[in-house]
Write a protein that binds this ligand. Structure first.
Ligand SMILES: C[S@@+](CC[C@H](N)C(=O)[O-])C[C@H]1O[C@@H](n2cnc3c(N)ncnc32)[C@H](O)[C@@H]1O
Length: 446
């Protein structure tokens, strides 16, 4: 990935994401949007937007689109698409072979399609990648209820599950007891209750739990926040750990000093004066992917734009009158049940700890009347966010990959290590949005 081009692209288009969603109507947010873009976004319907940006950039309907257009795209649109296409990466895709999957039907009872999809694929990916020898032990960090561990066990791996949540840890032990009843397993399973980090005592405890004659492989399925970076650092520095396969999630839960971590991206961001590596940026990186936007129906678009616009009007109102919005602890009304702004206002007393007089309701309505022309704008801007989401996520993952490369080169430059590092799509992102695995392996010539 070209860090300079990507960072510059995100800098030039930071007006797409660098704000709190409820402040989409604030003066600062609107002032940052180039005039031509603002005019375009507020006047274009979703079908037209999708034809222009989504179907062409995604290629699926590209030919049909090209044939049908007599449209001359405006310069600023062409520029955006050109730059987006230039920086977009396509990772390798893992081909899952269902005929080769080892079923354990009792494991799947009552599970979501998403969990089954993830566990089956991730296990087969690990199995294909690692040389399955008796010398290997897999350490699953953030193992949750232990589904992946059971599956790995059925593939013949020794497994250690590490989980910080005591209830999950206990459930995983119980599940394993049930699953292994009457079985004569040649492989072993351990569960450790531990809040894992790259601290000497944690690393030592993990190393100690792997028997002397075995090497360790660290895996994690949806490691949140900065857990991925802790795992990566352990892989780099521990001689006992030979490989790593991590699927990350919740980038916005990282500490601010965990992104960027590679020298390469740090330097690019200093040189280009980047000021947008913040919560909004990481939050968008962890949002749903473009495939979700492509599946949205007309009704879902209307409900979404209502939801965002109505909430932003409330934000404006509360700022004007100095109102603090405290949510009640109860389930909000479904988006689909809110048909218009009047219905939204009537429902507010159910959601927030407040009540409105008729006059206050009229005040809210009057703000909405001045903003209602922005429905298309809100939805199209969301569409641009979906397009930028993939770039942000790729940058976060490419930063982690670059960090592994840099550290491995620095630490092991004189030794006999070679390191394979890859980013691979392993899940269908419609089913599981965080679908990219960071895989690395120290191929020593020892
Ligand atoms: C998103 S869940 C994924 C669970 C499991 N891997 C799965 O896919 O079903 C993340 C899990 O990691 C655990 N976790 C988070 N930080 C951890 C840490 N530092 N050490 C151990 N477990 C951790 C959480 O308690 C949670 O169970």
């Amino acid at each position: 990935m070209d860090f300079d081009e990507t960072v510059l692209f995100l800098q030039d288009y930071s007006w797409i994401f660098n704000f709190k969603v409820t402040e989409i109507l604030s003066k600062t947010t609107l002032q940052n949007i180039p005039y031509q873009w603002f005019q375009y976004l507020k006047d274009t319907n979703i079908d037209e937007f999708n034809k222009t940006f989504v179907y062409t950039t995604e290629g699926k309907f590209a030919d049909e689109y090209k044939k049908s257009i007599a449209i001359v795209e405006q310069n600023f649109i062409q520029q955006f698409k050109f730059r987006l296409n230039k920086i977009k990466m396509k990772n390798k895709e893992f081909k899952f072979d269902s005929s080769n999957d080892k079923e354990n039907p009792s494991l799947w009872k009552g599970h979501s399609e998403k969990k089954i999809h993830e566990v089956r694929r991730f296990t087969q990916f690990i199995d294909n990648k690692l040389l399955k020898t008796e010398d290997l032990c897999i350490v699953d960090i953030g193992s949750g209820l232990g589904y992946l561990d059971e599956k790995l066990l059925s593939y013949g791996f020794d497994v250690i599950g590490i989980e910080c949540n005591e209830a999950f840890h206990k459930s995983a032990i119980q599940r394993h007891k049930k699953e292994s009843e009457g079985m004569n397993n040649s492989v072993t399973m351990k569960h450790l209750h531990m809040n894992f980090s790259f601290q000497p005592d944690c690393v030592k405890a993990v190393e100690k739990s792997i028997s002397d004659e075995k090497d360790g492989c660290l895996v994690a399925l949806h490691a949140c926040g900065d857990l991925t970076n802790q795992i990566i650092k352990t892989f780099i520095h521990s001689e006992k750990i030979r490989s790593l396969a991590v699927v990350s999630c919740c980038y916005h839960k990282m500490n601010s000093n965990d992104f960027p971590i590679s020298q390469k991206l740090k330097e690019a961001s200093v040189e280009l004066n980047v000021n947008y590596f913040n919560h909004f940026f990481l939050r968008l990186g962890a949002n749903e992917p473009l495939s979700r936007w492509m599946k949205m129906s007309d009704i879902e678009h209307i409900e979404h734009s209502n939801n965002v616009l109505f909430r932003s009007v409330l934000e404006m109102y509360s700022k004007q009158v100095g109102l603090e919005l405290k949510k009640k602890r109860r389930k909000a009304t479904k988006k689909s049940e809110i048909k218009d702004f009047v219905g939204y206002v009537d429902n507010l007393e159910n959601i927030y700890d407040l009540s409105f007089t008729e006059q206050e309701k009229m005040h809210l309505q009057s703000i909405y009347e001045t903003k209602r022309y922005l429905h298309k704008f809100v939805e199209n801007l969301t569409g641009l966010q979906f397009l930028v989401q993939q770039v942000i996520e790729q940058l976060i993952l490419a930063d982690r990959k670059a960090y592994i490369e840099e550290q491995m080169n620095q630490i092991y430059c004189d030794s006999e290590h070679e390191c394979d590092i890859e980013l691979v799509y392993i899940f269908d992102d419609v089913i599981s949005p965080r679908n990219t695995v960071i895989y690395a392996s120290k191929n020593s010539k020892r």
